[in-house]
Design a protein around this ligand. Sequence first.
Ligand SMILES: [Zn+2]
Length: 392
Amino acid sequence: MSDTHSSETPSQPKAYARARLRLSLLSGAMDLAILVLLLTSGASVALARWSRAIWRPWPLQTLLYLLVLGAAMTLLGLPWDWLKRRVEIRFGLNRQGLGSWWGDQAKGLALSAVLMGAAVELVYWLLHASPGHWWLWAWAAFALFMVVMAQLGPVVLLPIFFKMRPMTEENERDAAVVRRLLAAYARQKESNPKLPRLHGIFEWKLGEKSAKANAALTGLGQTRRVIISDTLLEASTPEEIEAVFLHELGHHVHADIWQGLAFQSGLSLFGFWLAATALTALGPRLGLSGIADIAGLPLLALVFSLLGLVLLPAANGFTRRMERRADDYSFAALGTAEPLIAGLEKLAEKNLAEREPARWKEFLLYSHPSIATRVRRGREWERRQSGAVSVG
Ligand SMILES: [Zn+2]
């Protein structure tokens, strides 16, 4: 149970999980501490006053404040990203050269600068224009943004960081696998005519950056697709790939992307209300000149960070339920749990996943059930099947 007297060296997956958890706890704690410090030390108010002295129009003041704060937070966050890279290297999972890593950092920074800039300008415009209902409008804009991002993600965001290649029957390399997956899709479509169209199967070139493997259902409407990492394709048998594909199809059948968006929007409605309440209640005590004072931005960030932390177990419980359902779908569609179990075992090995984490860890931190839990569920499914056959 306890780590206090671990004189023996922990297994690789355990050590990897521990190193990553330690880093995210420390960097998360630092972020929270910075936000609290900015608010309580008067630094945020001072920075806002300085930006007001330089530029008259409030949108420019907001931008200036955001630039300075963003630059500081980026610099403070960089060592943590570096340490995360070191951990990946230490455990033999990193395949990305330093130049490419810096490139990704720069792209990530540019992307978040544009998105954060637009979001903060919009929120502060709403705070000026509609002081009573800004949080409702901001939430509506956020919900719309999430839907647009879910749609554009696979065609705009993912390709910024990874190469994506459509897999087709015409391509000799893919032909066997694609034919197999399309046949599996056609069989599912037969038993469920309402099964929505899938707009492609893509190879996700993860291997040039990482030794890890993954697959996912992404996109909405015209961009809805299954992506499978090259690392997974290389390591798996056609049957295992089909089982993983059927798991993703399970997400598709259950409209899990929409459910996730609905869940997220529900929580964020509460978040925006809470942010508005905190701004009104604490603003004067923190020296804000009003709710639309940009000096209150760290308070908004703090509310969303804390809420995210508190709701993490609920969000993880929500996604774990989806994953169980998608696994069940794959078992039933294939008529056997074995290929998915074999595929998951390989995935766990490649990703250095902890097979059986402590129960509390799985409950609090795991977006997917642990490998041991998923394998156990598959074996139970197999047992029920053979039981049903022998009974009659
Ligand atoms: Zn899944």
